[in-house]
Design a protein around this ligand. Sequence first.
Ligand code: DMJ
Length: 574
Amino acid sequence: MFPHKFRTLLTIFLAISPALLDQSVSEPDSHWEAKRRLLREKVRRMFYHAYDNYMTHAFPHDELRPLTKTYTDSLSELGNLKLEHLPQDYNGSALTLIESLSSLIILGNNTEFEKAVLWLSENLKFDVDARINLFECNIRVLGGLVSAHILATESTNRLVPGSYKNELLFLAKDLGERFLPAFDTPTGLPYAWINLKYGLTADETTETSTSGCGSLILEMGTLSRLTGDPRFESAALRALRKLWSMRSSLNLLGTTLDVETGEWIEHSSGIGAGVDSFYEYLFKAYILFGKEDYWRMFHSAYLAVQKYFRHGPWYHEADMRTGKATYWQLTSLQAFWPGLQVLVGDIAAANSTHREFVHVWKKFGVLPERYLLDHQMVHPTEKYYPLRPELAESTFYLYQATKDPWYIEVGESMVNSLNLYTKVKGGFASVRDVTTMQLEDHQHSFFLAETCKYLYLLFDDQFLVNQNYVFTTEGHPLPVMRDWQERLPETFIPTNWTFVKTDERTRRVSAMSLQLCPALSTPSHGQRMESACHVPDARGNHRCLTDEDCGIDSTSCRRRSCSMAGYCGLWLFL
Ligand code: DMJ
């Protein structure tokens, strides 16, 4: 038998490494390859327009104000909607530079990467009197640093040999240690805010969000694995387990909670703001660390989302206690979900939700922050588009999984819209109102960390040729390494799977060459199913959850997701 969790792990690898496919079967049409090349260069120019302007007008401050060509020290403002307790004497942490590091490597600019690493090594300090949001600082700064550290060390080509002495890792460890006092609560759930210099302040709010305390494990786990210091991973894992223990009988969570009492404050939730990356991290932690627990939590949580939040291709919010729908709104942040579904193996469902988002993007030219599904109109006070990456991210995953050129066209129209509406002399500006395309003086760091990166990766296969990565919620790549995986029992290795051994090392093999695609052709292949909505029962039989339960009908649940282009994937262990 082919255990379900193993199949899912397999699917992940299948979905994220298309470039390793048997080229003879999956060679895309040359017209599309030429188009991809052109678009790749267009995105490269976009990245450098944003980056060069930041470096000229804003560095070493946090983010660029592209309309006035000035800067903002916004790390201390992220997540602080009312802009309370702002620091008096904080001069930035080169946030956009840190966020650009992994993108520079993906673009192949090792020279600039090396310069940036050198500057950060000599100048970045976290001993500053700034109250920061733990979640934001974790995904942007800690994530940017640990990812860049790995990229700096993983290949001799990255940096001049001997020039890098783990400085980014020392910085990351220093930052991680400054996070730890936030976890000192009766519940183990961390405070949302911490002062980098002074730690926890006396009158700090005890309110945080589900994603605020449930999406720390990738970065803090990686920090522990790199330093050998278990405190970071333990703290993040303890918080995650506590959060999961607070789920309702329907396996739903709320959006906000109290870290001292462990009580929910906001019981309504969905897959967007305040919750999104919680789901993402359960599954990605399973990919990265291979721990069974992450899969169990994710699987229950995912099925509950599909059952209670989904309405056709859309996702609304619901009360965690009753499962009753609360708000019928599409939010721009939800657009990451189809990308996650690709990793899970629910490609048909991912495609149908993605199409709806593309439809809204095309209607306005960009995605409004909030769109009222019941009234088919933009939310009156959330009309903005701050250059968010989520739709580009899902488009990238769907293209990798299907090789369907339609996704290239979607990417092209996104590139064109961004250049048409948001490009200004001094960089790329956020849209204040998608109905008028009035701009706002802010270039968010995630435009360089994510939006440009996912668009570039949509048009480029190079980065994924030799290595498999999990992308954090901020788009920072972390390599999937066998050493970090909890050892899988031998029984989980399917007996009919061919590992080709060369020099005692497992060589990557193409699923195509193993004729795994299409899988429906024989009954035995029919057993290899991808969808998380496919549930093996205790007797070793298999069933598909119904459309109502999971949004996947029984046919596509049991079908491998092979595209017309023949993309199916491959198995690899690194
Ligand atoms: C990013 O900081 C991350 O993707 C986060 O998970 C959600 N919001 C922004 C981008 O929209």
